[in-house]
Design a protein around this ligand. Structure first.
Ligand SMILES: Nc1ncnc2c1ncn2[C@@H]1O[C@H](COP(=O)(O)OP(=O)(O)OP(=O)(O)O)[C@@H](O)[C@H]1O
Length: 296
């Protein structure tokens, strides 16, 4: 199943306020995309447009070349899992599954029942009586068992405890192996979920900051640790070299550690070795924090 989600100069405004500004990306089937951004960055606005829940203010959001909004065919390809208010929901899981079977031809009831067992959800309780974590596990169950070609989880882990989140993550990976599709996972649990991502998308203040393969993105940064004067000597002038950017500095006693965005230039490698400085990796979590600190 080939599916392509394309954003072409997408902007979204709420009255005067521009929540998304000129977003462009292309997402492919068979990949898991991690969507990260600070509070209010525009993640939910973006996902609502991808899922056809909301129209763009300008630009185009397309699935396989067709506009998504008010397009039944395109929307039938998508499951958008987000926090749901079940406070007036008297139906039980089984009643919900019957509806899902009727309206989603891809819904796999057998798999849904397996997930109910894995998440240890009660089958005979009305959904309004579920705890927050149980409601999230139920949403995830529907999201996974719908098996639509495009599956979006917008902070779907709300209230889930750590073992339940582990089951959720494991199932995403297993489903991707069994029925490859396009997953988008919006999350604030960056460290916990980064191993799931094939590509990372970072939005900041309504703008697309990064869309890149996880592996290459992580290699975009490095850390240097050693004696203060040695580290200072190496990093002096780094800014001027190939656009390298020192993201953060930490000092403890006589030791200094810096996090740098960019690749260490060849001409500095010998210097680093000679001084015995330690070169380390930076995590997505670190890069995300540093790249979205304040400013533009
Ligand atoms: N219905 C709305 N009316 C007005 N402004 C809105 C509306 N929905 C969202 N916004 C604004 O748009 C911006 C982006 O919100 P959005 O919910 O997309 O961010 P988010 O990245 O999902 O945030 P969070 O991580 O906190 O959930 C915010 O400034 C928010 O206040």
């Amino acid at each position: 199943m080939t599916r392509k989600v394309e954003a072409k100069n997408v902007s979204v405004s709420y009255k005067e306020f521009e929540a998304l500004s000129d977003i462009n990306f292309s997402l492919e089937n068979g990949k898991i995309y991690g969507l990260i951004g600070r509070n209010g960055a525009g993640k939910t606005s973006l996902l609502s447009v991808v899922a056809g829940y909301r129209n763009v203010t300008s630009g185009e959001m397309q699935i396989d070349g067709e506009s998504v909004f008010e397009n039944e065919k395109a929307m039938s390809q998508i499951t958008f899992v987000h926090q749901t208010d079940y406070k007036d929901e008297y139906d039980t899981i089984n009643e919900f599954f019957e509806l899902a079977e009727r309206y989603r031809h891809t819904f796999d009831r057998k798999y849904a029942e397996q997930l109910v067992e894995l998440f240890q959800l009660p089958k005979d309780k009305a959904l309004r009586k579920f705890s927050t974590g149980m409601q999230s596990a139920f949403n995830v169950t529907i999201g996974l068992a719908n098996r639509t070609p495009i599956t979006i989880f917008d902070e779907a882990y709300q209230g889930m405890d750590a073992p339940t989140r582990e089951i959720f993550y494991k199932e995403i990976l297993e489903e991707q192996a069994r029925y490859p599709r396009l997953f988008i996972l919006a999350t604030h649990l960056v460290s916990e979920m980064e191993y799931l991502f094939d590509e990372v998308i970072i939005i900041h203040k309504g703008k697309l900051l990064v869309q890149e393969e996880m592996d290459s993105f992580i290699q975009k940064g490095f850390s240097l640790t050693g004696a203060i004067s040695d580290v200072d000597e190496v990093i002096s002038g780094l800014d001027a070299l190939a656009g390298l950017n020192v993201l953060s500095e930490q000092q403890l006693g006589g030791t200094k550690s810096v996090m740098v965005y960019g690749k260490l230039p060849k001409e500095k490698e010998d210097d680093v070795k000679r001084k015995g400085l330690e070169i380390g990796n930076v995590s997505l979590h670190d890069l995300f924090i540093q790249l979205t600190k304040g400013g533009e």
